[in-house]
Design a protein around this ligand. Sequence first.
Ligand code: NAP
Length: 292
Amino acid sequence: MKCLITGSAGQLGAELCRLLGSEAIGIDVDTIDLTNRAMVHDVLVKMAPQAIINCAAYTQVDNAEDRIDRCRAVNAGAVASLVEVCRLLDCPLVQISTDYVFTGNPPAAQPRLEGDKPIPRGVYAITKFEGEKAAATWSKHLIVRTCGLYARPSHASAKNFVKTILRLARSQTGLRVVDDQWCTPSYVPDVAQGIAFLLKHCTSRGVGWGTYHVTNRGETTWCRMAREIVRFAGLDTTVEAITTAEYPLPAPRPPYSVLDTTAYHRLDGPPMPPWQDALAAYCEELREVEKA
Ligand SMILES: NC(=O)c1ccc[n+]([C@@H]2O[C@H](COP(=O)([O-])OP(=O)(O)OC[C@H]3O[C@@H](n4cnc5c(N)ncnc54)[C@H](OP(=O)(O)O)[C@@H]3O)[C@@H](O)[C@H]2O)c1
């Protein structure tokens, strides 16, 4: 299957290109700015992909608060253009979305289901939800919500929490990290496998389109995740638990955005390891990268 992957220089897009190999055609903003509707039409229709996985996004959550128009153009407007192309080509669209659509939901005792009503808060979350709604106007859509992505250590330009904590923990004796936001940080290679499976499953059967949650298993806070990173890295940096109120940021964060992945697992796709095992796999690969 000839599969167009947008955002191919980003964390998830790069991994999907790697996973799909010769089936993948990667594009990023330096090739086509997806906010340019005319160019999207011209170029993509000529490319005639058999599926599109949209990993492109405006992901700078805090900067988004000041760049509303740009963030909306990328996270929602570009999705509407991709839907137009998909209709013309009769081609499935996989729209990658986020746990942040639940930013405004009250803290829950249970992981969020695909059918739970999102209450997005903040420009990033609101525009990603708009992107979901645009994608859902096309019958052959998959909306895949994921959470707290961190790419392989070999992806040098990737920006993520694990890299930040490793960098800080290697240069400081103590860190302060929020301990009241619950989620499931997820390793990009695991999520990419899940997305590729979902696309092939729905394409081959012609059914199953809709929304899925794909993350590693379990739940944690950023503070607990940071402690695990420090432990795996063999560092003795202390990690002090603080509250969200003690670490104010421009954009709101979800207090509880653990995603229920039962619907994904019911399809018998690649199993998702617990977040601790995924982090261990990352650290193992990091040792290899640093040795090389
Ligand atoms: N990162 C997370 O923790 C996380 C969590 C949950 C869900 N998600 C979602 O997962 C998806 C992938 O995230 P990621 O971490 O891989 O993001 P990423 O590393 O920021 O990659 C996104 C890519 O899209 C590109 N892009 C931005 N604007 C574009 C435009 N107008 N036209 C074409 N390409 C454009 C970016 O280029 P520039 O870098 O040059 O802007 C970047 O290469 C996104 O939909 C995101 O919302 C991410």
